[in-house]
Design a protein around this ligand. Sequence first.
Ligand SMILES: [Zn+2]
Length: 477
Amino acid sequence: MRPRRSRRTPRSRASTAVGLVLLAVVATACGGGGGGVTPGANGVRDPYFPKAGNGGYDVVHYALDLAYDPGAHRLTGTATLTARATRDLSAFNLDLEGLDVGEVTVDGAAARRHRAGQELTVRPRDGLDRGARFRVTVRYSGAPVTVTDPDGSEEGWLRTADGALALGQPTGSMTWFPGNHHPSDKATYALAVTVPEGLRAVSNGEPDGEETQGNRTTYRWRTTEPMASYLATLAIGRYDVDRTTTAGGLPVYTAVDPDQAAASRAVLARLPEVMAWAERTFGPYPFSSTGAIVERPGDAGYALETQNRPVFPGAPGIGLVVHEIAHQWYGDSVTPETWRDMWLSEGFATYAEWLWEEDHGGGTAQQAFDALYAGDRLRGAEADEALWSFPPARPPDAAHISGVPVYQRGAMVLHKIRQTVGDGPFRALLRGWAEEHRHGNADTGDFTAYVERSAPDEDFAGIWADWLYGEGRPEHP
Ligand SMILES: [Zn+2]
């Protein structure tokens, strides 16, 4: 996920400053009203981002036709969303931050629209019946913006030395395309991205052709497995591209800023080895290609598990590669239901690092757990204190969804389960959880129920009370 600052492997740089910016997000959840044909809600009641996502429909597919000129810093786009109404709708909302909206159509007919903040309300000429499949097309343009999150990190549209990088956790994808921007609504994607000749556009999924006309090149990408919009990425710039396959036949596509090519070569050569280990450990890989995008160190403040190919700001270490690849199972395929469930993503990815170390002659997961508990693993007293500052399943607010406990205490919860059920059943549990919710969403309640079902003779109540939901440092390790 988004290891930055203290969010990732303890050996990673810049791992002390835990942003404790307390910025309350004002809830303005609004319902759709009573019965009859009414507008869809402007959010899906996420505990931390109440306006993220929208009620009344599910997006099935995003077709994005984009053009970007880094020199002019101008994005033009046509987004065509295929969606299904989940109730009778007189209007519905899309999330879009910044940019100017031109024509909007629903099933080819011009629709009325209204903007207020990140909410773009679309009122089709005719209402939509529950169950109806419809297509909404939005034309838009402008200078895409960078979003500063409640915890101070930057996402959305990031300008880089030779282009741009779009990252979307938790809300930044709304800066480059309109959509239902909440992790609970996954869809397939097709992108066509036109950039000045000489630059390249890299995204999720698999490449689907490229063509140069005049002095501009269009790159096409398609994502055929469901993807949450926060995992969508677009990297524009100059890249050294390498296309290979793993021993198992899985396509590997890496795009590396030439500035980072030499430093990245050895670690990226280990991608097939990491994939093989991850498949043994987590079960069948959920997607149809893998890879990586490596930018320059200053281009983003953290790495992110963008689907199929994670983004790294600078050549990563092997632990960080393991972390982001593990997210493909935990986070990308099994996606948190809301932003409160982030530990199901980050706790697993952190524990994957512990398992990798244990399986490769490093310290054991037990040693990692013990060192954390003793205050010997994280850098600095601040990080140790932050570890016990809130329970992993209950971040206090939006500024803490990527906090230390979500990662480290989340991993500790998994280790407590392992201690209870034993090594073999625990590994089976990791694979079974990924299989049961493959390409879906899950929340903490789903997970605890799954664990209890997997080991009906064990009592997990103490683990949930002390490690998952409990305040402060549990009395016993
Ligand atoms: Zn992560």
